[in-house]
Design a protein around this ligand. Structure first.
Ligand code: HEC
Length: 169
């Protein structure tokens, strides 16, 4: 009995490993996002988000959210270090709730494996400016990804408000 459980577990692990990226995108069908209408942006929230994204985030995450650019990417990979992830539909930003996106931007990411570690922005950007950046980043996602991100944001609030809360926004 125990042996068959182990074999089952091994099979499951192998199946997961076959498609191993540190994301959970497998249940989501990806649809090509529409062309980004950056030239015709008029919404003040999106304009503010774009201005601050271009100023504070784009040199690392890419001006179209494509992630670390190809030439420097190869150097980072050759060093065996972590590259700067994309924010567009190919990345995993859309998988995280607003509460965590705000927090990671306020606090930055201390990771010795990252060649270009992300600095904290708490003293530079207000929470509103940070959330405007994410309003802009959302333009790069598919409708399905936007809907998913909204669901996890709502879910995070529900869990955080529950009496036995484990989440810490
Ligand atoms: C100096 C380079 C650098 C800058 C500038 C930078 N980041 Fe990052 N960022 C990184 C790196 C590297 C990671 C990956 C950290 C890890 O996984 O250990 C990261 C991770 C993230 C993540 C988590 C991964 C994801 O996609 O969900 C978010 C969100 C993020 N950055 C948003 C921003 C925003 C918003 C800005 C601008 C306000 C910004 N970053 C500026 C380097 C940078």
């Amino acid at each position: 009995m125990r042996l068959s459980m182990l074999i089952l577990l091994a099979l499951l692990l192998t199946a997961c490993g076959a498609n191993s990226r540190p994301t959970h995108r497998s249940q989501i069908t990806l649809v090509a996002p529409e062309a980004l209408p950056t030239s015709s942006l008029t919404d003040p929230v999106l304009l503010d988000g774009k201005a601050n994204y271009d100023l504070y985030c784009a040199h690392c995450h890419g001006y179209s959210g494509e992630g670390q650019i190809a030439e420097s990417l190869q150097v980072t990979l050759d060093l065996g270090m972590i590259t700067v992830p994309p924010h567009d539909s190919t990345g995993h930003t859309w998988q995280h709730p607003d509460q965590l996106l705000l927090r990671v931007t306020r606090e930055g990411v201390v990771n010795p494996l990252a060649q270009y570690p992300m600095p904290p922005f708490a003293g530079t950007l207000t929470d509103e400016q940070i959330m405007n950046i994410y309003a802009y980043i959302r333009l790069w996602w598919t409708d399905e990804q936007r809907a998913h991100q909204q669901r996890v944001t709502e879910r995070w609030n529900e869990i955080a408000q529950a009496p036995a809360a484990t989440a810490q926004p």
